[in-house]
Design a protein around this ligand. Structure first.
Ligand code: ADP
Ligand code: MG
Length: 626
């Protein structure tokens, strides 16, 4: 084992100083990285109150020698870097010798550690950075650190912390990404007494993803493997359906270390162009392996931002790696992979690989059993009446046919009961109706209508969406129940931050018509929804709404509520690229007329519903008139 040495001032200065302990998640990150550097293959992180009150990190690494223990807490004391040359070929996670010194200055620390060769362990506490006497203790080899009352003596720092649940979410996020970077290490994260996730540590990235994100994600992965010019790009990217409205599910690793690099994220997204809609971000866990000299990890004190020596080349290679996967993976191969993933889950269940007794896999198998015994598997059930889009469509068409049948005769009967001004109005209507002719549909998206001296192009989706939006908004304002019970509840895998969002916004979501309950630590169950659509659409809708909740701020002209209602309307409405029958087209026309009567001419985002051409304009275009 290398000795711990105090770095020379020159080296110390060379190293960008930065605050290590900015929030509980940063503390957890530093401590976990120390455990990894110590060669641990089992790391448990337990926190209480968002880590502010309590953080415990336990590892089975090489431990710290009893006579060096207090040195570990001295600034710039490190066993990982002896000279300035080492700075350029770093393979360990930490190297500044700053973390423990910073942490013990802002919290109460307890440490218990034992090296493999030592007969007994050693225990020490630090208050305000001042170490107590060391005591010998009986313990397993490895190191346990307990950090309590973080920032209790730094009120200014304390003020910047968010809610406990938010801080806990940050910790889950950081830890999840470290776990993805180290599939060979078994991680376990316990928050306020409940296990949030545990990874098996069997070395398989896909199993780690399964442990952290659940089955839905594990099933939708495609492998990336590409080597070029000394750069190896490997990992997985998600199919289109795993894309989300934000980048929280993107993990980028460089030489096995979790880092942030917006350009690489953009490059990956670029490879998805034409596959994903704008505003959707792909799922990925990508590791770029290259010679350590080609990377400068010392750009940012928290070491999550890096620079590549030959940036452009790296970006190019990443782009091609992802693009190759997206465009050449044959379907069968993906299916085979899915089966493999399921098999791995079986293996996990049978525990051989598992380094913890309770694991995510066991929990998932419990969920699977629950599903089998209590509710039918949604995938195997024949679609229920309300799930069949055709029924809704049938009703829609029926209504439209009726509208059409109300011909001139009926209108004239009505005429006799109306006042003079109404008579005028109705006469005009009759006139219009007689003159209105539906020409048809183009691009399966726009309805063409001729009326008097005009031609309209109507965006079928925009029109229908706006109508539904207005209805929903009215119901919402009047506190009407928007939700409808699902006969077959939908189980949705969520990550920790999504789960938090659901819990924190339970009331808002319920007002929107969502009935949701927690279901295990990584799933929720949806039993009521505001729109009777297919399972995938409902999942997508909820995720979009959660994403809007995460953003918090209104988008453009819409408030959060309007945005959510719009998302619901959008799922309900007739889609673009859908062939319509004449009665359906007539229905769309009727919708536009009703909306116009209410002075509405755009979809909820402000895009036009109808474009008008005057006969004169057309004649001018053909130079029939000047
Ligand atoms: P750095 O990781 O940059 O070296 P730290 O302040 O994080 O600095 O840690 C100081 C030293 O304490 C490390 O170099 C290492 O020798 C020792 N150390 C810290 N945590 C552990 C651990 N979990 N297991 C073994 N050694 C540790
Ligand atoms: Mg460290």
């Amino acid at each position: 084992m290398a000795e711990i040495k105090v770095l020379s001032q020159a080296v110390a200065d060379k190293i960008a100083a930065g605050e290590v302990a900015e929030r509980p998640a940063a503390v957890v990150k530093e401590l976990v990285e120390n455990s990894i550097d110590a060669g641990a293959d089992r790391i448990t992180v337990e926190i209480q109150n968002g880590g502010i009150k309590y953080i415990r990190i336990e590892d089975n690494g090489k431990g710290i020698l009893a006579n060096e223990l207090e040195f570990a807490f001295v600034r710039h004391a490190t066993s990982k870097l002896q000279s300035i040359e080492d700075l350029f070929s770093i393979t360990t996670m930490g190297f500044r010798g700053e973390a423990l010194a910073s942490i013990c200055a802002v919290a109460d620390v307890e440490v218990m550690t034992k090296t493999k060769d030592a007969d007994e362990g050693v225990y020490m506490t630090l208050k305000h950075g001042i170490p107590s006497e060391k005591e010998t203790v009986a313990c397993n080899f490895g190191t346990t650190m307990i950090i309590q009352n973080l920032f209790a003596n730094v009120p200014a720092r304390m003020k910047f912390l968010k809610k406990d649940s938010t801080e806990a979410g940050y910790i889950a996020d950081v830890l999840g990404r470290i776990a993805l970077a180290k599939p060979e290490i078994a991680f376990r994260y316990i928050c306020d007494g409940t296990e949030v996730f545990s990874t098996s540590g069997d070395g398989q990235l896909k199993n780690t993803i399964l442990n952290i994100y659940g089955m839905d994600v594990a099933k939708g992965l495609m492998e990336v493997q590409h080597f070029e010019h000394g750069v190896n790009v490997c990992g997985v990217v998600g199919k289109a359906e795993l894309a989300r409205g934000n980048r929280t599910r993107q993990t980028l690793l460089v030489n096995g270390r979790y880092i942030k690099n917006h350009v690489v994220a953009k490059v990956v997204e670029e490879a998805y162009r034409n596959i994903l809609m704008t505003g959707k971000f792909p799922f990925f866990v990508i590791n770029i392996e290259l010679a350590p000299e080609m990377v400068d990890v010392n750009v940012h004190p928290a070491k999550t931002e890096i620079k590549f020596a030959n940036e452009k080349e790296v970006y190019d290679i990443v782009y091609h790696a992802v693009k190759n996967t997206l465009y050449t993976v044959p379907k069968e191969q993906t299916i085979e992979k899915t089966e493999k993933t399921e098999k791995s889950e079986e293996v996990l269940k049978n525990n051989n690989y598992n380094k913890f007794e309770t694991s995510r896999a066991t929990e998932r198998s419990l969920i699977a059993d629950f599903m089998k015994n209590t509710i039918p598997d949604p995938k195997k059930v024949t679609p229920l009446a309300f799930r069949e889009p055709t029924k809704e469509e049938a009703a829609f068409v029926e209504k439209m046919v009726l509208t059409q049948k109300m011909g001139q005769e009926e209108l004239e009967v009505k005429l006799q009961e109306k006042s003079v001004s109404e008579v005028d109005e109705t006469l005009q209507l009759i006139e219009k109706k007689a003159e209105t002719k539906i020409i048809g549909q183009v691009f399966n998206t726009y309805v063409i209508v001729e009326q008097a001296n005009k031609v309209f192009l109507i965006d079928q989706h925009a029109a229908h969406e706006r109508k539904r939006f207005e209805e929903l908004k009215k119901d919402y304002m009047e506190n009407k129940v928007l939700g409808q019970m699902l006969l077959v509840p939908i189980v949705l895998d969520v990550d920790n931050s999504e789960r938090q969002l659901v819990l924190e916004n339970a009331e808002k979501l319920s007002n929107m018509g969502f009935g949701i309950e927690e279901f295990g630590s990584n799933s929720i169950i949806i039993h009521e929804t505001p729109v009777l659509a297919g399972e995938n659409e409902i999942k997508e809708l909820l995720l979009e709404i959660l994403s809007a909740l995460r953003d918090g701020r209104p988008s453009g002209i819409l408030s959060f509520e309007e945005r959510a209602l719009d998302m619901i309307s959008c799922k309900y409405a007739i889609k673009a690229n859908k062939k319509l029958s004449i009665p359906e087209m007539d229905g769309i026309l009727k919708i536009v007329e009703d909306l116009e009567k209410a002075g509405i001419t755009t979809c909820p985002h402000g895009r036009p519903i109808k474009i008008e051409f005057d006969k004169r304009d057309i004649e001018k275009m053909f130079k029939r008139i000047v």
